[in-house]
Design a protein around this ligand. Structure first.
Ligand SMILES: Nc1nc2c(ncn2[C@@H]2O[C@H](COP(=O)(O)OP(=O)(O)O)[C@@H](O)[C@H]2O)c(=O)[nH]1
Ligand SMILES: [Mg+2]
Length: 448
């Protein structure tokens, strides 16, 4: 994807979508029966996808073995196509492997542990915000005594979120702070005491000893390991050590807004035996989501986080308008008015780069691209400068009209041309999509 093309995200998005489907499922779609060879070919693609998604090798191996057995067994349903069968089995196994736990936190003291810089402090702010919004009684405290700045960071977050922060003056050890915070939380009837801890660049025995003592004194209801998803398998190796020392109760994966594809999430459950409870998707306090195994499974399958996207979209797009637009797209009857409406909807859906990350195949593509939202404004301005007739029937836009439109929108004829050319390409693409209807996507559980 070229930088200058980023304004035409819609076009690229559809293109990538079809490409992805075409690539992975064409062969499968042609198959009439699930033979050994068909299954093996499909599994090879899936294996690659999983490894690319940074899933632990051993986990992939066991996983594929189960899928293969099921795909070749007699359980397969007659009313599904071979492609649908494979996708359904893969999906179900993915959800199994990820665990079915809901992202609940037990009340009491919640200890956050992990290496330095993984996002512990930030995550505590985010979770405090979530719990408080749901009406929970929350308080924060930090045992990161060696770094006053880190304690201040948490105190600020507490202020921002509107929950109490417990501080006890200087000179106390981490363990003493933990003890006092727990006592005070109990006295004040706090339901969730979120306790921050110090991190290190590497696992070291001194830190482990300190955490062990904090655990003993604070008797936490949860010990959550905060892992940076961008670190992939390395994060997991460290987690194993923490788990041996502390018996973790869950994991929080941060920085999932990067191009980490979620494979670590898959390995966590298998390797540590504890669930992923939340994922961090940005730096702001709102940027956290409960972990939904089914959604991650879709994401790993390359289907994108369709569910979250749909939810986000539903907040700004009314059912009627969406229906109207998709009918037009399906009918191959898509004019510049519709394009403008789509651009407006997308603009209302929030930061583009984040949104795009949820779309299949796009996450990695936009890693290094700063989405140029200005370009959307320019396209909109160009379309605004057209007459309704021109928007409905762009073919009538001749040179003199182009000049007028360029002048009206403060752009140039060549920019107007570009928009028209891309619109034409999009329209063709949509025609193709229409032709590709009947993609082998299971009715359940995917909503597309
Ligand atoms: N993009 C992104 N950045 C994050 C996320 N969580 C934390 N960060 C950033 O990671 C850095 C380290 O976070 P911090 O909470 O101080 O880590 P700690 O040392 O484990 O307490 C900060 O710059 C955070 O803004 C996340 O989910 N996404
Ligand atoms: Mg910190």
């Amino acid at each position: 994807m070229l930088r200058e093309d980023v304004g035409f995200i819609l076009f690229n998005m559809l293109e990538l979508l079809t490409e992805k489907f075409a690539g992975t499922f064409t062969k499968l779609r042609k198959a009439r029966k699930l033979t050994d060879k068909v299954v093996n070919d499909a599994l090879r693609d899936i294996r690659l996808a999983l490894l690319e998604a940074d899933v632990d090798y051993g986990v992939v191996k066991g996983f594929l073995k189960r899928v293969r057995e099921r795909a070749l067994s007699s359980e397969v349903k007659k009313n599904l196509s071979p492609a649908e069968q494979v996708i359904t089995i893969v999906y179900e196994e993915l959800v199994n492997i990820l665990g079915k736990e809901k992202a609940d936190l037990r009340k009491g003291t919640v200890l956050f542990v992990g290496l330095q810089g993984t996002g512990k402090t930030t995550t505590i702010g985010k979770i405090a915000n979530l719990l408080r919004k749901k009406g929970g009684q929350v308080a924060l405290s930090s045992t990161d005594v060696r770094r006053p700045a880190a304690m201040l960071q948490l105190e600020r977050l507490a202020e921002r979120v509107g929950v109490p922060y417990y501080s006890f003056g200087e000179g106390l050890s981490a363990v003493e702070i933990a003890e006092r915070a727990v006592r005070r939380a109990r006295e004040e009837g706090v339901e969730y005491l979120l306790l921050d801890t110090a991190g290190r660049l590497h696992v070291d025995e001194e830190l482990m000893e300190e955490l062990r003592s904090i655990k003993e004194k604070a008797q936490p209801s949860e010990i959550l390991y905060v892992a940076d998803a961008m670190q992939g398998q390395t994060a997991l190796e460290t987690a194993v050590t923490f788990n041996e020392t502390l018996s973790l109760t869950g994991v929080i994966l941060t920085k999932m807004d990067g191009d980490a594809r979620g494979g670590v999430a898959l390995s966590v459950r298998e390797v540590l035996g504890v669930p992923v409870k939340f994922i961090g998707v940005g730096e702001k306090v709102e940027d956290i989501e409960p972990f939904y195994p089914d959604r991650i499974a879709q994401r790993i399958l390359g289907l994108g986080d369709i569910q979250s996207l749909v939810e986000r979209a539903q907040e700004v797009i009314t059912e009627d308008r969406a229906q109207h637009l998709s009918t037009k797209v399906m009918a191959g009857d898509f004019n510049l008015e519709d394009l403008r409406e789509m651009i407006r909807m997308i603009k209302n859906m929030g930061p583009l780069d984040k949104l795009l990350g949820m779309i299949p195949g796009i996450g990695a593509q936009i890693k290094n691209i700063k989405v140029d939202e200005d370009q959307f404004k320019r396209i909109e301005a160009i379309i605004n400068s057209m007459t309704p007739e021109e928007r409905q029937n762009p073919r009538i836009i001749n040179m003199s009209r182009k000049k007028r439109i360029a002048r009206g929108s403060g752009t140039s004829v060549s920019e107007v041309n570009k928009v028209l050319k891309r619109y034409e390409e999009m329209r063709k693409m949509m025609r193709k999509m229409k032709g590709a209807a009947g993609l082998p996507v299971p009715r359940f559980p995917f909503r597309m």
